[in-house]
Ligand binder design. Structure first.
Ligand code: PRP
Length: 205
């Protein structure tokens, strides 16, 4: 076994190993809010519930790009029933219209969802406006069922009532990065969720 392979413990890359690959990011981290182990344990619990709730049915996971790609991959590995996958990419129309909750669909689903059991997978719910828009949009396509799995929710920030069937963590209203979440497109590959040191926001490009 090579040295690199030997450093991978079990099926998961050791956090210290990954951190040594992104030393530049480590310097920007202020505080780890949710550790890699806590995330994986929670996704295991969520996957178990989803497996039980949808046993004997077909299930389509819909990931909201970009942030949800990590949750999607790890959650799916904990779901023990047949799954299909699709993705949407959305963007807000800008700060002025974001308050209206109108989002632009950059990439739509590849296939129709009429009559399907759909589980929308999000990394984080902040104001809830993106999700609110997406749920309305997807409901109009007449799925058999439509539920949400979100790793994190900032409940203090929520501006619209939402019914989240599978929620991982409730977090404070702080800006967080890692595990799919970015600042200026960086930090998405960190295996944990963390806050940034103030000087990290000055580094762009
Ligand atoms: C994040 C997240 C949600 C949205 C939540 O995406 O993935 O889609 O913001 O915010 P809201 O509840 O206030 O609407 P972001 O716009 O950062 O795009 P990204 O996933 O491509 O990074």
């Amino acid at each position: 076994m090579s040295g690199a392979a030997a450093s991978i413990k079990g099926s998961r890359m050791d956090v210290a190993t990954l951190a040594s690959h992104v030393a530049e990011y480590e310097r920007d981290i202020e505080r780890i809010l949710i550790s890699a182990d806590e995330i994986q344990a929670k996704l295991g619990e969520m996957g178990e519930r989803i497996s039980q709730d949808y046993a004997g049915t077909d299930l389509l996971l819909v990931g909201v790009l970009k942030g949800a790609f990590m949750v999607m991959a790890d959650l799916a590995r904990n779901v023990r029933i047949p799954l299909e996958f699709d993705f949407m990419a959305v963007s807000s129309y800008g700060s002025a219209t974001r308050t209206s909750g109108v989002v632009r669909i950059l990439k739509d689903l590849d296939h129709g969802i009429e009559g399907r059991n759909v589980l929308l997978v999000e990394d984080i719910i902040d104001s809830g406006l993106t999700l609110n828009y997406l749920l309305k949009n997807l409901r109009s396509r007449r799925p058999k069922s439509l539920e949400v799995a979100a790793l994190m929710q900032k409940t203090e920030m929520q501006r619209v009532p939402l019914d989240i069937k599978y929620r991982g963590f409730e977090i404070p209203a702080e800006f967080v990065v890692g595990y799919g979440l970015d600042f200026d497109e960086r930090y998405r590959n960190l295996p944990y969720v963390a806050t940034l040191r103030p000087d990290a926001y000055a580094k762009t490009g």
